[in-house]
Write a protein that binds this ligand. Structure first.
Ligand SMILES: *Cc1c(COP(=O)(O)O)cnc(C)c1O
Length: 344
């Protein structure tokens, strides 16, 4: 890996971050706070929230088994994705390399930041090929985007290939593990000490059932986390989100139970798809969704809309011709989907 000073965008390296009242005062708990122009009324909403979310991070640290200094929290993973560009790439000059097909936000954020986005098709079986990824890189490649289990394909990328990318690429490697809660494989966040260039993304939007509160996590070397904290908005995670997240994290067994039910349902729905005459292939998955190649994805997608059922049409995504991406719902929702498809 290059030295971090060579990877961080030069103006960010020089940046003196905004210093908020809550950061400047670090003494013991005071009883009179007249430093932040807050209202004295409407407790607790009158106070700015903790800019570094220490209490929430302490809890997440226990559950995820990652030290607090290696945790960044953001307004969804989307914030962490955008920060990768703002921290590490020079617009109009640097580039990033990503697998294809994958999650759409990596490209949207590249376009917003005016950074060249290079795509490398996955191999047969939607497998990662480390050599092909590395061949697409040049001296201006700052970030490689990997997603495992991948969206929209659902499969895990081969761990050996991810490790090759991590050890041979001299820039930042992001492994988006938004769906790792549904998988029994070893997540990459446990290997941070081995790879100083690794950034792992997690979210409360999927298995934790909290898409509405917008809480995303990045796990990385403490020096990378420091750069991200310097660039983020000072109060990027609001108080209501921090409190709700703490409440959810105090019931991890509820989430375990949800995950188990969803995985069971997933196997049942996939088995039923395999029996549908309009389904040509069901791809293996480790997530709470699966990809299915149909006889005519556009027509079936429109038909399902007419039945009040929305799935994701991936027909126009490369390597996904005629594919629908189906999220696993409740047993009742899944039954409605299957019964509609049997009547197509
Ligand atoms: C859903 C999803 C996310 C979650 O994004 P949030 O902003 O945290 O809601 C991240 N990455 C991938 C690949 C996803 O599919």
């Amino acid at each position: 890996m290059k030295d971090l000073t060579q990877l961080v965008r030069p103006n960010i390296l020089r940046l003196k971050p905004y210093s908020c009242a809550r950061t400047e005062y670090t003494g013991k708990d005071a009883s009179v706070y007249l430093d932040a122009n807050e209202s004295p009324y409407n407790t607790p909403l009158n106070r700015y929230p903790d800019p570094l979310q220490e209490t929430l991070k302490a809890r997440i640290s226990l559950i995820k088994e990652v030290p607090v200094k290696n945790i960044f929290l953001g307004n969804g993973s989307d914030e962490a994705i955008d920060l990768m560009y703002r921290c590490f790439t020079v617009p109009g000059k640097d580039n990033v390399v990503a697998i294809r097909p994958t999650y759409g936000m990596y490209k949207v954020c590249a376009d917003i930041n005016d950074v060249e986005y290079r795509e490398v098709d996955l191999d047969a079986g939607f497998e990662l090929n480390a050599r092909k990824m590395l061949r697409a890189c040049d001296a201006h490649t700052k970030v490689i985007w990997l997603c495992s289990p991948n969206n929209p394909t659902g499969n895990h990328l081969d761990r050996k290939e991810i490790e090759k990318v991590l050890s041979r690429f001299d820039g930042i490697v992001v492994v988006d593990e938004a769906y790792s809660d549904f998988s029994r494989r070893r997540p990459f966040r446990h290997d941070l000490s081995q790879y100083p260039n690794l950034v792992v993304l997690n979210t409360m939007s999927k298995a934790w059932g909290c898409a509405a509160i917008r809480l995303g996590m990045a796990f990385a070397d403490a020096r990378i986390i420091e750069v991200m904290n310097k660039v983020k908005y000072p109060y990027n995670v609001n108080l209501l989100t921090q409190e709700k997240a703490l409440e959810m994290l105090s019931n991890p067994y509820t989430v375990d139970n949800w995950v188990n039910i969803i995985i069971q349902e997933r196997e049942r729905v996939m088995d039923s798809f395999r029996l549908l005459p309009i389904c040509e292939e069901v791809y293996p998955t480790d997530a709470n969704f699966f990809l299915a190649r149909m006889t005519d994805a556009n027509a079936i997608y429109q038909y399902l809309i007419g039945e009040g059922i929305i799935v994701r049409n991936r027909n126009n995504v490369s390597l996904c011709r005629n594919c629908l991406r189906v999220t696993i719902g409740t047993k009742g929702e899944n039954l409605k989907l299957l019964s509609a498809l049997r009547q197509y």
